[in-house]
Ligand binder design. Structure first.
Ligand code: ADP
Length: 268
């Protein structure tokens, strides 16, 4: 089952803030550098690579010397506007050191739902991949809002990365998190929890095994990653959830190593 990952041609990688920002609030340059190296190498080997990256608010807080995340929406959006540009600068610079061109795409849900603009996004992504460029995608935090009547938010980048996989018909979504994979229960609550190697379907029972941070607000957290897996199942693609501490893990995943949790329909 894992061996089939070796043949992956088009893949989406999602990195969370925890992989990009140190716990003391500074930017994890070695992770960003390693990620740039790995993704460029994959592209050089002929694969088509798309990066979905969080981190705009985290980087913005660092740029502005803020120790506490602002609470008001306009403040958060202002910090995201500063941080997104700074984050892209770091990516562009690191990728350039490997002679790899990148491009920024900022999306909101309405753009994906409206057929004309959806088609436009797909065309742009296809064109970029065709040109050997690595698209770096994030939600357009600066304008996205969460109004009942007019919600333009994706919810979180777990959903965004799965939607990008759907739009581009990617065979694989690699979701890098702060945990080694999906466990029988939250290891933060029970250190005896067992790591699943392979999940073939998302049932109510599976959903009930996801608890902890994020899920209380309905965004982020493990339940959001399971919902992303459901989207990936819809297009018969695969998802691997793994620890993003060392982005070189992506090489091992694509080599078919039994790392993290593979979400894929069908038996062994
Ligand atoms: P990220 O910031 O990397 O996107 P999240 O904090 O959103 O990660 O989700 C990962 C967290 O989900 C883990 O650190 C863990 O505390 C929690 N979690 C809840 N249930 C599970 C489970 N069954 N298996 C693994 N992690 C779980």
């Amino acid at each position: 089952m894992r061996q089939s990952l070796k043949n992956t041609q088009r893949l989406v990688i999602k990195v969370g803030t925890s992989s990009l920002i140190h716990s003391n609030g500074t930017i994890n340059l070695s992770a960003i550098d390693e990620l740039s190296f790995v993704l460029t190498d994959l592209k050089n080997k002929g694969k088509e690579v798309i990066l979905v990256s969080s981190g705009a608010i985290g980087v913005g807080m660092h740029q502005l010397n803020l120790t506490k995340r602002p609470t008001s929406i306009p403040e958060q959006q202002a910090v995201a506007a500063v941080g997104q540009a700074a984050l892209m600068n770091i990516y562009a610079q690191r990728f350039m050191s490997y002679s790899q061109q990148t491009a920024q795409i900022l999306l909101t849900r309405d753009v994906i739902e409206y057929p004309e603009s959806r088609k436009n996004v797909i065309n742009t992504l296809e064109q970029l991949l065709d040109m050997g460029i690595i698209p770096i995608i994030n939600e357009n935090d600066t304008v996205a809002i969460d109004e009942l009547e007019h919600s333009t938010k994706f919810g979180d980048n777990d959903q965004l990365s799965a939607i990008v996989a759907q739009l581009t018909k990617a065979e694989l979504l690699i979701m890098l998190s702060d945990i080694d994979g999906f466990y029988s229960e939250n290891p933060a609550n029970n250190p005896e929890a067992l790591l699943y190697n392979h999940i073939q379907e998302i049932t109510e029972e599976t959903m009930a095994q996801a608890t902890g941070p994020g899920s209380t607000f309905g965004t982020g957290g493990m339940s959001s990653k399971l919902k992303a897996a459901q989207r990936v199942f819809e297009i018969d693609s695969s998802m691997v959830l793994a620890n993003g501490k060392q982005p070189k893990i992506i090489f091992d995943i694509l080599n078919g190593a039994e790392i993290g949790t593979l979400f894929k329909k069908g038996g062994k």
